[in-house]
Design a protein around this ligand. Structure first.
Ligand SMILES: [Fe+2]
Length: 249
């Protein structure tokens, strides 16, 4: 399932972008999280389990920061989240819920920089739901029904998108080896996936792109970044338990 679905009007994208910039003091600098440099203009509003909840001894940082950023996001973007919930409910014929302590979907913000013309992020599958203790909340999901989504709020003039491969990281088998999340992640990153076997999916402004997260994917490079370009997306994941999608980041 790879799909671009109508989500926001261009006017709504502009309103979300403006609100996001008015909250700039709350953006989290992610330069170090994805590059060897400390001055790449990559930010998040919100916390993400795959960055902030990796080491068991530090997971309290994810939960503490989620408390703060969830409040900021939900207070400032009520219409956006209402629309997100309605779109998911309609598209997947299900209920949409959150888990109080987990981070809600958040924003990824790239500002103009040459770095993003080369940057593609690692090839990976989204299995970071395993970082969170769903059983504690009585949620028993089927990992085959995972969902990842990206809504495009603003894109560079040359576009933005994602590469996908028809291959998955078999976490269910690999987890029997009793590796840490970081060991799994490194093993997953180190797989050979030829470029000629990938498919490019172009994002569209105002649309939301869905995929299962279980297949290998990679953020595509920005083909040409101009000085006033930005790449701003709303990102999130969901697990499905019964007829309910639980959203998180
Ligand atoms: Fe991903």
């Amino acid at each position: 399932m790879y799909e671009n679905v109508d989500f926001l009007t261009l006017e709504e994208c502009k309103e979300v972008r403006e609100k996001l910039f008015s909250l700039r003091e709350f953006w989290i600098d992610r330069s170090r999280a994805l590059s060897p440099f400390d001055d790449v203009p990559f930010y998040c509003l919100g916390v993400a389990s795959y960055i902030d909840c990796i080491r068991p001894g530090e997971s309290h940082l994810y939960f503490d920061n989620a408390k703060l950023t969830n409040k900021i996001i939900k207070e400032n973007f009520p219409q956006l989240f209402k629309k997100l919930e309605e779109t998911l409910a309609k598209e997947f014929s299900c209920e949409v819920k959150y888990v109080d302590d987990f981070a809600v979907p958040g924003f990824q913000i790239y500002l103009a920089d040459w770095f993003f013309e080369d940057f593609m992020g690692p090839k990976h599958c989204d299995f970071h739901h395993y970082l969170l203790d769903w059983k504690k909340y009585g949620i028993d999901f089927d990992p085959k029904e995972n969902l990842s989504f990206t809504a495009s709020i603003n894109l560079p003039k040359s576009g933005g998108g994602i590469y996908m491969w028809d291959k998955t990281y078999d976490y269910e088998t690999e987890r029997l080896k009793n590796l840490s999340y970081e060991q799994h992640r490194d093993q997953m990153y180190n797989i050979e996936l030829p470029d000629e076997e990938r498919t490019y999916f172009q994002y569209e402004l105002g649309k939301i792109f869905f995929h299962s997260g279980n297949r290998y994917h990679q953020v595509a490079e920005v083909r040409e970044m101009e000085n006033d370009d930005e790449r701003i997306t709303l990102q999130g994941h969901a697990v499905k338990a019964g007829n309910t999608l639980y959203l998180f980041w």
